[in-house]
Design a protein around this ligand. Structure first.
Ligand code: C2E
Ligand code: MG
Ligand code: MG
Length: 252
């Protein structure tokens, strides 16, 4: 398979999508994997991440992504780009791999001081609850306690996790899935669902990030209902590293 050679050939890179607060300041970023192949062109992560998961390649790929992201966080800090949070997607298969915790610890301790460590946010998905939940909770707690890493539930509302599981996980943040955000201003029940999720996040004392914000109307609705962080094409698409730096500087 071509994916097998993607890493050694240097075909995997990261894009960075800005996250803005209520005042429109850039407060965070999400790192998103990109695969550019000579024959296939640009392959979407929704296509190659599942393949990498099935073949087990996600462990190596995920480690590479983590390393790249950690180095970017440090480099940006050194050049005066301070972000409150730096989010990285972690696949379930990667998270539950035996070496994951030790590799994260080694990488983070080697490259980041305590202040930068606490800017890391690992985005996990609801599929993680299909795993041994107690083990997942333990790993999360250890990474939080020893390194200050924060956790976010990505694509919230699209999976099959129960609320009782959700409250047991030591989460810091929920990301409302684009599927909900794009119903705003369309279906009748869409806005009510989003308002309910925002309420729930408040009760659970979780930070909430709205994903896939594409229009001013969606942004207005989310603002009125107390959403704190926004991410989507309305502000910016995912950008290459250099273009993110330009975007940040043009706004600050
Ligand atoms: P995700 O983590 O939920 O990432 C958000 C996706 O929504 C990204 O797609 C982003 O480009 C897209 N997006 C952002 N704003 C908008 C918008 O306003 N409108 C629309 N229509 N889309 C928007 P992308 O980059 O194609 O990634 C798809 C998924 O692949 C991600 O969903 C994530 O689950 C996975 N993925 C991406 N990078 C990684 C990675 O490094 N590791 C792992 N394990 N998974 C990754
Ligand atoms: Mg994500
Ligand atoms: Mg998502």
């Amino acid at each position: 398979r071509l994916l097998h050679f993607a890493l050694p050939n240097g075909e995997i890179s990261l894009d960075y999508q800005p996250q803005l607060d209520r005042a429109g300041r850039i407060v965070g970023v999400e790192a998103l994997a990109r695969w550019n192949n000579a024959t296939l062109g640009a392959v979407a992560p929704a296509q190659f991440i599942p393949v990498a998961e099935q073949t087990g390649m996600i462990v190596e790929l995920g480690q590479h992504i983590l390393e790249t992201a950690v180095m970017t966080l440090r480099e940006w800090h050194e050049s005066g780009i301070e972000l409150e949070q730096f989010s990285i997607n972690i696949s379930m298969r990667q998270f539950t791999h035996n070496d994951f915790e030790a590799q994260v610890r080694e990488l983070v301790q080697r490259h980041l001081d305590a202040r930068l460590r606490s800017r890391l946010v690992f985005e996990i998905t609801e599929s993680i609850v299909a795993e041994d939940i107690n083990r997942v909770i333990e790993i999360m707690q250890r990474l939080k306690a020893s390194l200050g890493i924060r956790f976010s539930m990505d694509d919230f509302g699209t999976g099959y996790s129960s609320l009782s599981y959700l409250t047991r996980l030591p989460l810091d943040e929920l990301k409302i899935d684009r599927a909900f955000v794009c119903t705003l201003g369309r279906q009748e029940e869409g806005p009510a669902m989003v308002a309910t999720i925002l309420n729930m996040a408040e009760v659970l004392k979780l930070k909430i990030v709205a994903e896939g914000v594409e229009t001013a109307q969606q942004h207005d609705f989310l603002m009125r209902h107390g959403c704190t962080v926004f991410q989507g094409f309305y502000f910016s698409a995912p950008l290459s590293k250099d273009r993110f730096v330009e975007f940040f500087r043009s706004r600050h």
